[in-house]
Design a protein around this ligand. Structure first.
Ligand SMILES: [Zn+2]
Length: 287
């Protein structure tokens, strides 16, 4: 009996060592973030996306029919949710309900952002839906970031315009943020999605972290259902949620950063009140 017990012990110890070394190694693997945008209009499609394996980040459109159901389903299944804030596009596309644009007065803009955030339970962050016309305007990105700070969210710049200043303004207000590196399904064909996904992996390996944006198209879901279960084993990268990536980028929150959080809020609010004061005069004069 004794030799077999010894053999078993050795086997267990070896197994433990292997498990420990792979667990330690996982922390050091390049980080991949996948943001699944545009959820909320279709519950079946949304649930299929939420059932994908791994820590994806789900951006839900406020005031869409299935927004709340999907946010709750995500939360119940340990999936991270963010607000997919609809913003004006240069191509005059309709961003949907709760759309933000520079045509709104400042107080209406702030109220709309607050309404968007309130519409998505459990949201940890916010990213922009469309927004090529709005994200280049520092004034409105300042207003946006004030509300992002107010709700203690992180921000992801979807980078729908090369002229976006959203991430810079977030940085200015010390709001933890990420920027989209790759659109995974700009071209929805499987070979194009695969090529974009490989580019995402290359960037993650080169920069330590890379952010991809996907949409719940049938081909995208099919592709991700195939590759995600074996992603870490096959590619030696780790798929983590937006908030985990934020922690990796900025380190854990210390007391010092918590106290600077208060300063950040104060800075954001004073920025807003200055901007609001500038805006108030012409509106009052004209009406
Ligand atoms: Zn979108």
């Amino acid at each position: 009996m004794r030799p077999s017990v010894l053999a078993l012990t050795r086997y267990l110890v070896l197994g433990l060592a292997v498990a420990l070394s792979s667990a330690l190694a996982a922390q050091d693997l390049p980080i991949v973030v996948i943001v699944m945008d545009d959820l909320g209009n279709n519950q079946t499609v949304g649930k299929r996306a939420l059932d994908l394996q791994g820590d994806l980040t789900y951006a839900i459109l406020p005031n869409t029919p299935s927004a709340k159901v999907l946010a709750r389903y995500a939360h119940a299944n340990g999936k991270e949710v963010i607000v997919h804030a609809p913003m004006a596009s240069e191509r005059q596309l309709d961003p949907g309900p709760g759309a933000l644009s520079d045509q709104l007065g400042h107080s209406e803009f702030l109220a709309t952002v607050r309404g968007n955030i309130k519409a998505i339970p459990y949201a940890r962050g916010l990213n922009n839906h469309m927004g090529s016309a709005l994200t280049p305007i520092p004034e409105f990105m300042g207003l946006l970031m004030a509300v992002v700070a107010e709700n203690d969210l992180y921000f992801i710049d979807s980078r729908t315009s090369a002229k976006t200043v959203a991430a810079n303004v977030a940085e200015h207000f010390q709001i933890k943020n990420l920027s989209r590196d790759v659109f995974l399904d700009h071209d929805r064909s499987l070979p194009a999605i695969d090529a974009a996904f490989q580019r995402l992996l290359t960037l993650a390996r080169r920069n330590g972290i890379a952010v991809g944006t996907a949409h719940p198209y049938p081909t995208t879901l099919k592709y991700l259902e195939t590759v995600l279960p074996k992603l870490q084993a096959n590619e030696q990268v780790q798929l983590v949620s937006g908030s985990q990536a934020i922690r990796a980028r900025y380190g854990s929150e210390t007391n010092e950063t918590k106290s600077s959080l208060a300063a950040k809020h104060a800075g954001a609010v004073s920025y807003v009140s200055n901007a609001a004061a500038a805006d108030a005069l012409p509106e009052n004069v004209n009406r």
